[in-house]
Design a protein around this ligand. Structure first.
Ligand code: NDP
Length: 304
């Protein structure tokens, strides 16, 4: 027989962990599922300095503290990959396990977008990476290229200068999308230079490893090859929501649509964090979402 639970939370990033804390503390039997270690993107973030109340903290340290607090009131962490959620809130895992929930919170976040250019598939893991914290140390004294000008690109480029001999940021416009503070830090860092008005066109591989990247000037269409041993694209995110694609709750970009209570068009299915359709994706907005979703799930389940 399927296992019955009050609240199933899919994803154990900041949104899921905050939801687990509130759900279990309110007395709901709560299971939080993730295919990876709990922490989500926090695990890939070197430093957080804008989560109120904790000053400057390492991403993995904050993840560990959040995780411990999230299970302190009885929430269970279950390792597994969710492959489907049905209209009647059955959550099916890849190993065949099915959990029947009174409420479900989708908190699976988003993963980094690939560039979609020739040779990229072969380059991933052989010089192309999406996580400076995880892989930066492999690029000691090497030349590295960061694609994108958002906060992720600017912060990861800064972090990579701890290892790389030089970091080149490539952006397609003449302005960054990231915060003024991050831009200033990048400008002041002697190990970073910026190439404006260029987009990546092809990864160059030598003996199966990244040895350069072909860039195209968006105005003149002129191409140049930049020699490098590492490529880190930070050009935005793709939501991890394929397991709910048949529920009719996704927008055209795959983000989950919800009302102010963070409930989707399917009663009892809520969303929290980066996979939700919204403007501001921060750790603090993810945790706030988790709290709102879990609290509304509690009210709906108990009628209180
Ligand atoms: P963003 O969407 O903010 O930035 C993406 C960057 O990649 C932009 O510079 C964009 O260029 C560029 N880009 C997009 N597509 C392409 C392409 N095909 N080729 C070349 N360049 C491309 O994504 P982030 O991942 O940086 O951030 C996501 C969210 O998370 C944001 O809300 C951000 O503020 C937040 N964040 C906050 C942090 C913090 O507060 N400390 C840290 C990290 C992320 P263009 O500008 O021309 O569109």
């Amino acid at each position: 027989m399927d296992r019955q639970v009050d609240l199933v939370i899919i994803g154990a990033g900041p949104a899921g962990m905050a939801a687990a804390l509130y759900g279990s503390r309110a007395g709901l039997s709560t299971v939080m599922i993730d295919a990876s270690a709990p922490g989500g993107k926090l695990l890939k973030t070197y430093q957080i300095e804008n989560y109120p109340g904790v000053g400057t903290v390492s991403g993995p340290d904050l993840a560990m503290q959040m995780y411990q607090q999230s299970i302190a009131f009885g929430a269970e962490f279950l390792y597994g990959e969710v492959v489907e959620v049905t209209q009647d809130k059955k959550v099916r895992l890849a190993d065949g396990t099915v959990l029947e929930a009174k409420a479900v919170i989708i908190g699976t976040g988003a993963r980094e977008k690939e560039m979609g250019i020739p040779n990229e598939a072969e380059a991933i893991g052989h010089g192309e990476s999406f996580c400076a914290v995880c892989d930066g140390a492999f690029f000691r004294n090497k030349d590295v290229v960061v694609i994108g000008g958002g906060n992720s690109a600017l912060e990861e480029a800064q972090f990579l200068t701890r290892f790389a001999s030089h970091v080149t940021i490539v952006i397609r416009r003449d302005v960054f999308r990231g915060s003024v503070k991050a831009q200033k830090e990048v400008e002041e860092n002697e190990k970073i230079s910026v190439i404006y008005h260029h987009i990546p066109k092809e990864v160059v591989l030598t003996d199966g490893k990244v040895s350069g990247i072909v860039l195209e000037n968006v105005q003149t269409k002129e191409q140049q090859t930049l020699a490098c041993q590492g490529i880190f694209p930070f050009i935005g995110q793709v939501p991890e929501t394929s397991f709910v694609k048949d529920l009719g709750i996704l927008n055209e970009r795959g983000y989950v649509i919800a009302n102010e209570q963070l409930e989707t068009a399917v009663k009892g299915i809520y969303v929290a964090g980066d996979c939700k359709e919204k403007d501001l994706r921060q750790v603090v907005t993810a945790t706030a979402d988790g709290v709102i979703a879990a609290t509304n799930a509690f009210h709906a389940i108990t009628g209180m």
